[in-house]
Design a protein around this ligand. Structure first.
Ligand code: FA5
Length: 358
């Protein structure tokens, strides 16, 4: 015989359940207690589940009505437990903060914003001025073939000029040695070799900034430093343009009153070669301690590209002419920022680095 369908499902009991849960959830002291409470009210063996199971014994009308009330009650209970859980979490956080040494109301520690290293700033300024003079920046590797660094730049094998740049050797690679490049001039070689094979190759107007390495270490010489190289090659491109470009560069870099002069010098890869001096930025050429009363500071090496270099890099020296220069970025930075010892750039003392903010 089928069971008689109930008509009165006791909705009153749902109100009582909600009342009990409200009181008990307000009183729970831990997440563990709350979990037990939840399972008592909402778990499979909880009273709500029992009432849900009894739905099947109800008349259709009463079933619909009571089913809706059951759902409402379940949602209300879930809300209640959610509120209790948030309360317990914030109580736990407050307790933790109370018991720790952390003073959340103390003023924060000021971390000054990061800023570029002074060498980077100077390097970027130099690059940007040379870009305005029409020289495009390109980059070569710091570990370089010895022959790119020396042989193709017309350094004779046993010539004393090689000793001008004491070299860090990395390893022998077959019949070629790998070294840490001693100057940025091998980037000239790379550009000339590459463009010798290209069509529409002229003019070449490049600059090559980057790190270089020498066995050197004192107040004005570091084992790692930075140079910036310039190279221009065209059918006709000589001293006047070289001079005008460096004149422009130093005026923009140190100020419009800066003058330059060329003194004869020697580099194996340029002929004629010149040492480029700029009027002393401290005394405007009047003579002071920094320029040793001469009024001039030595700032770059320069000259016309040697025919042997063109030849070694696949160009006919009868058809092209070019000029090049190279300067030390640390030297420019020391003068611009008035830093007496170049080693300060590499010690990474925060007081020094912060003091240089401009
Ligand atoms: C050269 O390195 C040539 N490649 C420059 C050049 C390029 C000449 C193209 C002609 C044509 P030099 O050895 O003089 O030249 O170095 C150039 C600059 O690098 C120097 O004037 C100096 O400012 C800087 N320099 C040289 N050695 C050091 C060092 N150990 N530490 C910091 N700066 C250095």
């Amino acid at each position: 015989m089928s069971r008689a369908l109930q008509e009165n499902p006791k909705p009153q009991r749902l109100m009582e359940l909600l009342d009990e849960a409200t009181k008990e959830s307000a009183a729970v002291k831990s997440l563990h207690e709350l979990r037990e409470l939840k399972s008592r009210f909402l778990g499979k063996k909880g009273e709500l589940s029992r009432l849900l199971a009894s739905l099947k014994d109800l008349q259709p009308e009463a079933k619909k009505d009571f089913g809706a009330k059951l759902n409402e009650t379940r949602r209300a209970l879930e809300n209640l437990f959610q509120v209790a859980e948030s309360r317990l979490e914030s109580e736990a956080l407050e307790k933790q903060l109370r018991e720790s040494d952390l003073d959340a109301s103390a003023p924060g520690v000021f971390f000054p914003p990061a800023q570029p290293h002074p060498i980077r700033e100077v390097m970027e300024e130099a690059i940007s001025i040379l870009e305005r003079a029409g020289l495009q920046a390109i980059y070569g590797p710091e570990v370089e073939f010895e022959d790119y660094c020396f042989d193709r730049l017309n350094f004779q094998k046993d010539h004393a000029a090689r000793d001008m740049q004491a070299t860090f050797f990395v390893k022998s690679a077959g019949d070629r040695s790998l070294i840490l490049r001693t100057h940025t001039s091998p980037v000239q070689v790379r550009a000339l070799l590459k463009l010798a094979k290209a069509e529409k190759r002229l003019p070449i107007r490049i600059q090559a900034p980057g790190r270089v390495y020498r066995v050197d270490d004192d107040a004005t010489h570091a084992p790692m430093f930075h140079q910036i190289e310039g190279l221009v090659v065209d059918t006709q491109s000589g001293m006047p343009e070289l001079r005008a470009t460096l004149d422009y560069f130093f005026r923009k870099f140190f100020g419009e009153k800066t003058k330059i002069r060329f003194r004869p010098s020697y580099f194996p890869f340029t002929e004629p070669s010149a040492e480029v001096d700029a009027s002393c930025v401290f005394c405007q050429g009047l003579g002071c301690k920094v320029c040793k009363q001469s009024g001039w500071l030595e700032l770059a090496g320069a000259g016309l590209v040697h025919p042997n270099v063109f030849q070694a890099c696949g160009w006919n020296p009868e058809e092209v002419q070019g000029w090049a220069f190279g300067m030390g970025i640390e030297r420019l930075a020391m003068l611009k920022l008035k830093i007496p010892d170049l080693r300060s750039f590499f010690e990474n003392r925060l007081s020094f680095l912060r003091g240089r903010v401009r």
